[in-house]
Each structure stands twice: as C-alpha cells, then as structure tokens.
Design a binder for this molecule. Structure first.
Ligand code: UDX
Length: 441
C-alpha cells in the first residue's frame, strides 16, 4: 500500500547504514543491500560499520523487531522494495577533481533488470548535476519492458556525529521529482519525518542535485572566509577570535561555521567543492564557481600555517623535537580520518623529523592502520610526556578540559598550539604556557 512502502537501501556505508537503520526505527520494513559480504554479515550480526553515537543501539532494536534485514542479492532487493534508495559513495577520482559516479551507475545497472513492478528509485548520493537525468535514461533502458519505474533525487545533509538526529529530524527534505506520483511515494517513504515537521522543497532533478553541493560549498566558503580573515589578522596583529565573535552577533551572518582554525576536512566538504567546480567548468560556467578554488587553497594553507606555528614555537628546530598531537579525526565525535587536517599536520611534522605522538579518543585504530609510521599513545597526557610542544588539532571536549598545570607537570616545555581556538588563552598563559593560535597575536 502507498502509505507504507517497503524500502531498500542500496549501499550500507556511512550514509546507507544510517538511513536503513533509522527508517526501520521509524517503523518501515527495510532491506539493506551491499556488494560487500563482510559488511552485510557484520550489520546482520548487529555491528555498525562506523562510529556514530546512537546508531548501534538503534541497529540492535531494528534487528530484534524483524523490520530490518540485509542482503547482497539485487534480485531479492528488486522483489522486496517499493522505493529503492541509492546511498553509495561518490569519492573523488584519482588524479582528478571530478567525482567518481561508477558506484551509482553500478547500483542502477544491478537493480534495474530485476525490477518486476512499479517502483521508485531514489538517489541520495552526492553527484555531479546532470547525473539523475542520465540515470533516468539508463533505468528506462535496463528495466524489463512494461515495468513502470521512475527516478527521483533526494539529497541527504547529515553530519557525522549527528547522523541519527539529522536523519530523523532534518532541517528540510528536498524532493527532486518528475511526477506527482514520485512526490507521493517520497512523502509516503518519509511520513513520520514529515509529521515531525520537516519542510519539503519539491523541485526538478537538477535542482535537487545542486542543493547538496551548493549547501556544502556555502559552508566551506564560510569557514574559509573566517580563515582568510585570520591570515589578515596575523599580518596586522589583530585577533580573529574577537573578530569572529563580533561578526557572529550580526544575525544576518551568524556564528555557525564561522570558527577559525585548522579548517575543514572529511569525506564531504573538500571533495564536494572540487567536484562542483570541476562540473561547473565542464558545463561552461566555471567562472561562477572559480571562488571555490580559492576556498580550497585557503583551507589547505591553514594546515601549512599550523606546521609553521609549531616551528616558530620551537625556535625553528622541528627536527628531533617531541610533539604531542591531540586529535586525528577530521572533527570531534567521529572516528573518520578521511582528509583529516589533524593527521596531515602530524605527518608533515613527522616528515620534517619531529618525534610525533598522536592521541585521539575515537580514531586511533583508523589512524594506526593508515599511517603506521607515526607513534600513538593511549591518552592526552600519555602522548604529552616529555613533549617540547603540544598541538591541539581536533576540538574534542576532552582536550578542552585538560588542566594546564596537570599537563605542565608531564611536558618538558610548556608550549601549546591551539589549532581550533578552543582553549582559554589567558588561563594557559597564566599557568606559564607559551600559547599560540592561528590569527591571534
Ligand atoms: C558536512 C555537512 O555539514 C553535511 O551537511 C554534509 O551532508 C556532509 O558534509 P561533515 O563532513 O560531517 O558534514 O562535517 P561538518 O560537521 O560539516 O564539519 C566539516 C569540517 O569543517 C570539519 O573538519 C570541521 O572541523 C570544520 N569546521 C566546521 C571548521 O573548521 N569551522 C567551523 O566553523 C565549522
């Protein structure tokens, strides 16, 4: 029946696993689909593939309720689902700024030939504008003759660390559709979320695809804007923290995503702005997005500048210095180290001959596997023992709460670089620390 469609979620990575689990928690019958047998076996046994607060508990409940199952079979998926969500990854292509959409294509190619009744296929992945129109053609071509299948686009906006809440209570739902029927089906597939009050923007496929990259570009631009101001502040001896606080009080500007520091990383913002600029160039409107290249460069410069600050605090002697690196994840409440500014700084310092010891509350395992050449420790104080300088790189609450005197007792020199502007400079200086932060005197 139209008011309780059965849902399949294709791709059980970060986005797909969260979507499948949350939809089952809301009461839908859900089938998660992935080509990775190991991942499917883990999920089926109650193990989440990612670190995400609240998700393991919801997975256990959903499995116990019998509403959530996982499979590697597309035949089963096609038979089961009324609405098929595509949630596979679109990473940056090797050697190019373009997004790699081959997993999205593969999902449509695998599913379409098995569809046996009227169904809606819904893309949620972040894709170059124009992909949905192309996939509409592919779907029509590959679905068995006479089956009435349609494609819609419904971008997701979830943040790591808040993925469950962002899925259950999104700021908005964007429905890129080609018919009223598709909109009705989407409304049925999000009924509890809509009842909670999420506003819907109905639009065409291309606009829906663009909303996602335009939103992420805006957020990245806002961060790089304040970081560009940090560069100006540094040149003239002004204080970017006070500047940002003052700008934030203008409610047309607002304080969110206006935190200066080491800048953005992760699996979305950096690759999305590059892919968007690349796609715009392909479409002949490269001028309209050329500022995103600057946004990217400003962001990269923050990493280099943080390494410089460490060098300045060490009197230019990085080689042989003992550096305590606090943080590895690209942001707090996450174990994700994709394009993590923290690890790039740690690796650069290591490359310059420093003895770098890294600690992170959640991402140590991932960091160890990816960069075995670095040293790691089990706590913030542990890695700081005998350190010549401490560098705060990811703004975990636990780092904000460290007592300057307790830390001072284990380090060799009281020097700290606050890469995220989260420590109270006055308090640390009063405790005898040389405190430095990007864009502050
Ligand atoms: C982002 C978008 O917010 C989300 O809507 C989209 O769906 C995926 O990309 P996420 O990658 O989880 O989500 O990270 P987010 O919380 O947005 O933070 C991005 C990065 O910006 C982090 O590295 C963070 O440390 C940094 N950041 C954020 C700043 O440097 N300053 C700020 O003021 C805010």
């Amino acid at each position: 029946p139209i008011d309780s469609p059965r849902l399949t979620v294709i791709g059980t990575g970060y986005l797909g696993a969260t979507h499948a689990i949350c939809m089952a928690a809301l009461g839908y019958e859900v089938l998660g689909v992935d080509v990775d047998e190991e991942k499917i076996a883990k999920l089926q046994s109650g193990e989440t593939p990612i670190f995400e607060p609240g998700l393991p508990e919801l997975l256990t409940k959903a499995l116990d309720s019998g509403r959530l199952r996982f499979t590697t079979s597309y035949t089963e998926a096609a038979r089961f689902g009324d609405v098929h969500f595509i949630c596979v990854g679109t990473p940056q292509q090797a050697g190019s700024d373009a997004a790699d959409v081959s997993y999205v294509d593969a999902a449509v190619r695998s599913l379409a030939p098995h569809l046996d009744r009227r169904a809606l296929v819904v893309g949620r992945s972040t894709v170059p504008v124009g992909t949905a129109e192309r996939l509409t053609g592919l779907l029509r071509e590959l679905a068995p003759a006479g089956t009435d299948v349609e494609l819609a686009w419904n971008p997701e906006f979830l943040r790591e660390g808040f993925a469950v809440d962002d899925t259950l209570h999104p700021d908005r739902l964007v429905f890129g559709v080609a018919s009223d029927w598709a909109e009705e089906r989407l409304r049925a597939a999000f009924r509890p979320v809509l009842e909670y009050g999420a506003p819907v923007v109905r639009t065409d496929l291309a606009t829906a695809e663009l909303v996602k990259v335009a939103a992420n570009s805006f957020l990245a631009t806002k961060i790089s804007y304040i970081n560009a101001m940090a560069e100006v502040c540094e040149a003239v001896g002004a204080d970017v923290k006070d500047l940002a606080d003052a700008l934030a009080l203008d409610d047309r500007i607002g304080g969110r995503f206006l935190k200066p520091g080491l800048g953005f990383g992760g699996g979305c913002l950096p690759k999305d702005i590059r892919a968007f600029a690349h796609r715009a160039e392909e479409m002949g409107v490269g001028q309209a997005t050329s500022f995103l290249r600057e946004v990217d460069k400003i962001n990269q410069r923050r990493r280099a500048r943080t390494v410089d600050l460490v060098g300045e605090l060490l009197g230019g002697r990085i080689a042989g210095a003992r550096v305590a690196a606090w943080g590895a994840a690209f942001k707090p409440n996450s174990d994700d180290i994709r394009d993590a500014p923290a690890l790039e700084v740690a690796r650069t310092l290591h490359g310059l001959g420093a003895d770098v010891r890294v600690y992170d509350p959640a991402a140590l395992g991932n960091a160890r596997r990816a960069f075995p050449e670095l040293s790691y420790g089990e706590s913030a104080l542990d890695v700081a023992r005998g350190a010549d300088v401490v560098v705060l790189l990811t703004e975990w609450t636990e780092f904000r709460e460290v007592d300057p005197d307790a830390l001072g007792a284990v380090v060799d020199h009281r020097r700290i670089v606050d890469g995220r502007h989260v420590l109270n400079a006055g308090r640390w200086r009063a405790a005898g620390w040389e405190y430095r932060a990007l864009g502050r005197p």
